[in-house]
Write a protein that binds this ligand. Structure first.
Ligand SMILES: [Zn+2]
Ligand SMILES: [Zn+2]
Length: 383
């Protein structure tokens, strides 16, 4: 069987430009699309022919070999120095060659796989800032949050076109989503300005969604905030972010938890700290104090006689649960001995009378300090 001339197959002249070749090829590829020629058994071989011809002529090196030697340039053992070039298109599987080419050339025009720039896009991740109090972190909390979302527009069934009409192929890029511009010697390919790279345009945009195909609709989500959650904990809700575009997967929703400062408790990991002021008489003679616990209860704690400011008392297991469970922190009571203020003159007289009686046995730190200071002054004089 004698092979037809590549230029004849594509219906172009021998001095056709790259652009002419491409146009001719695309026109033929459309005509020979299997969807349009369901009952024509010759279409497969004709497409292979076209594909092979284009494959050779679009390539400068192969084209010049073909111009010099004809088909012999590509046959086994054929004459000509350019032997060894093999047209790849003709040998490829018909349908896979077709789908590759159509992805490349026409994007989603034929409703098959969608091409490059118009491809499905994953939805954005969303961040939700949630502020809770320490008690919520202790108990865990079921929280209902409202997240912005989008649903397919009912008026246009998500197409973005008024009345649900199918979008049309972008005339600027013929559905490729990309345009080429010549700049000096370079051909620059960029996203099509008319369709924004989607390859499709909407002639008559839907008025409900302004052509987006999606309408804003807030969603209610029930979130279980786990026990032991910490300030800055991030909770990921997979798939609850913004919906994807053109069938892409949705993004994720991240809940960033912050915990309000508590008026009584400070937290360090699983442990809690609570400053407990104790009147100085009680700190001196001993007593007890009732303290709150994070579970909402209270507990009475003994203050030993002679308790100093800064002393820590530990209540085991009265701290916070940990996120992974297994351990509960402790509650540390930090004692602050409070010096009385607003004394009456009678109270002052009583305290002065006490003070006359008190000495280094009652205030060992005062006595110790005075001793150190005296020796410091003595050293300073002699040196
Ligand atoms: Zn709409
Ligand atoms: Zn376009």
């Amino acid at each position: 069987m004698s092979k037809r001339d590549y230029y004849d197959i594509l219906g172009v002249s021998r001095d056709a430009s790259d652009d002419d070749l491409k146009k001719a090829y695309r026109k033929l590829a459309k005509e020979l699309h299997p969807d349009r020629n369901k009952d024509d058994p010759t279409v497969e071989s004709r497409f292979k022919e076209v594909n092979e011809a284009y494959d050779v002529l679009k390539d400068r090196q192969k084209r010049s070999a073909y111009d010099q030697f004809g088909h012999a340039a590509f046959s086994e053992g054929g004459g000509g120095g350019a032997g060894g070039f093999r047209p790849s298109g003709g040998g490829a599987d018909f349908s896979s060659a077709f789908s590759d080419i159509f992805d490349d050339l026409f994007g989603g025009e034929f409703g098959g796989r969608r091409g490059g720039a118009g491809a499905r896009t994953r939805g954005s991740d969303l961040r939700y800032n949630l502020t809770i109090n320490l008690e919520d972190a202790f108990h865990g909390k079921a929280e209902q949050i409202t997240a912005p979302g989008a649903v397919s527009c009912e008026a246009c069934t998500g197409t973005g076109s008024a009345g649900g009409a199918a979008p049309s192929v972008c005339p600027t890029c013929s559905g490729m989503g990309k345009v080429r511009a010549q700049q000096g010697f370079f051909t620059i390919e960029r996203s099509c300005p008319t369709c924004g790279g989607r390859g499709q345009i909407i002639k008559n945009p839907c008025s409900s969604c302004n052509g987006a195909g999606l309408v804003q609709k807030d969603r209610s989500l029930n979130v279980q905030i786990p026990k032991g959650v910490e300030d800055g904990t991030r909770i990921r809700l997979a798939g609850e972010g913004e919906p994807g575009v053109r069938g892409g997967t949705p993004g994720d929703l991240y809940i960033f938890v912050s915990i309000k400062p508590h008026p009584l408790f400070k937290r360090d990991g699983a442990d809690l700290f609570c400053e407990v002021p104790v009147p100085f008489i009680e700190a001196a003679v001993g007593g007890s104090v009732e303290v709150p616990t994070i579970d909402g209860g209270k507990t009475r704690v003994a203050i030993p006689a002679g308790t100093q400011s800064g002393k820590q008392l530990r209540l085991r297991g009265k701290g916070m649960p940990t996120l992974r469970g297994g351990r509960t922190g402790d509650l540390y009571l930090e004692i602050l001995v409070e010096t009385p203020i607003n004394l009456t003159s009678k109270q002052k007289d009583l305290l002065r009378a006490f003070s006359k009686d008190a000495g280094s046995k009652q205030n060992p730190n005062v006595a110790e300090f005075e001793k150190k200071a005296q020796s410091f002054w003595t050293e300073a004089k002699t040196s």
